[in-house]
Design a binder for this molecule. Structure first.
Ligand code: TXA
Ligand code: MG
Length: 321
């Protein structure tokens, strides 16, 4: 029977015993295991139904632990770490042999990040190993931003969820790599792209990993999907007549639609604050997905800052069908 609670010592004990624990981070809940224990890591793939060709991020307590797991850290990586850690930035860096193959799917780089959540940081300080953790959702489904999401989706597969409340960023970390003096953004995420552009002083390239399948299969287009069909549109009004109005769910930044039932629509931020919208996006998708609707219409967000990240995720959520 799964339990949730705030017992960091218990979480540490379970992890040390090779068990899985769902942990809170500022981005989304993670499904964690001792990254140095291959059998424990294998359980993550099993619980998620995730192919083992899809590598995992390791979570550290601080940048001071980097040297144990990676070699040759570029200066820009150190600058980014001091600027954004703890926080929603994941860096791909050349791995040391200390990192088991199963974590990186045999790839030459390992993904590392320091999450910004007091409970998980305390947990990482208590354990003498880093935590491998993907988002705590079944493969392909919407990432969890609340304890209840984890309990609903993986409750029968794990013994404990460390309850750190709702995730404050609500969108996964930004993933970057360093190639030929350039900062390469592989996944948009919780850090607005504009901030990275400033730090890279123009030497920034954007390359989703979709095209190079083995590198980052997690970027496959059918990720982040609700079970209800989802459509991303520029103008919700013009789409409403195509469906039975009682069977439509709507997510919009700040618009309200008289023709849609109030309980079927969500305004992400009445003040058009993209950080607030990011915090609420996945929980809104989870909520509407539970209502048995015919379609969820989502109004495209402004293509700036976290709006760009949300549009990226919505595109992937939509392309399942
Ligand atoms: O915010 C986050 O990043 C959350 C929290 C829990 O930290 N984690 C997360 O993990 O989103 P996951 O597994 O759902 O997404 C990580 C992505 C995957 O697309 C994976 O393929 C890619 O990172 N990745 C991990 N290690 C990699 C590596 N060594 N080389 C290339 N891509 C890698
Ligand atoms: Mg994921």
């Amino acid at each position: 029977m799964v339990e949730s609670g705030k017992d960091i010592g218990r979480a540490a004990q379970l992890l040390a015993n090779g068990e899985l624990v769902a942990i809170p981070t500022e981005t989304v809940y993670g499904l964690a295991a001792n990254a140095l224990d291959e059998r424990a890591v294998a359980r993550i793939f099993e619980a998620k139904g995730r192919p083992t060709s899809n590598p995992l991020i390791i979570h550290l307590a601080g940048a001071d632990q980097l040297a144990s797991y990676v070699r040759a850290v570029p200066d820009l990586a150190l600058e980014l770490a001091s600027q954004f850690w703890p926080g929603p930035l994941t860096m791909l860096l050349p791995r040391r042999e200390t990192v088991p193959d199963i974590v990186t799917a045999g790839l030459p780089r390992v993904a590392v990040r320091v999450p910004n959540h007091p409970m998980s940081l305390a947990l990482l300080r208590q354990t003498d190993f880093p935590l491998a953790a993907p988002s705590a959702n079944p493969f392909g489904y919407i990432s969890p931003t609340k304890v209840q999401h984890v309990l609903d989706q993986l409750g029968d597969k794990i013994p404990y969820v460390l309850d750190g409340g709702d995730c404050q960023t609500g969108l996964e970390s930004t993933i970057v790599g360093f190639e030929q003096g350039q900062l390469v953004v592989h996944r948009l995420g919780g850090i607005p792209l504009e901030l990275l552009e400033q730090m890279a002083k123009g030497a920034l390239r954007f390359q989703t990993l979709d095209a190079q399948k083995p590198l980052s299969p997690g970027m496959l287009p059918y990720h982040y999907s609700p079970r209800t069909p989802l459509l991303v549109v520029d103008e919700i009004d013009v789409c409403l007549s195509a469906y039975d109005p009682d069977k439509i769910g709507v997510i919009s930044l700040d618009n309200f639609f008289d023709r849609i039932l109030p309980e079927h629509q969500i305004q992400l931020s009445k003040t058009r604050d993209l950080a607030e919208a990011g915090r609420k996006l996945y929980q809104s998708m989870h909520r509407l997905d539970a209502l048995g609707l015919k379609i969820i219409l989502v109004e495209r967000l402004p293509e700036e800052g976290l709006g760009q990240t949300m549009n990226d995720r919505l595109q992937r959520a939509a392309s399942k069908r």
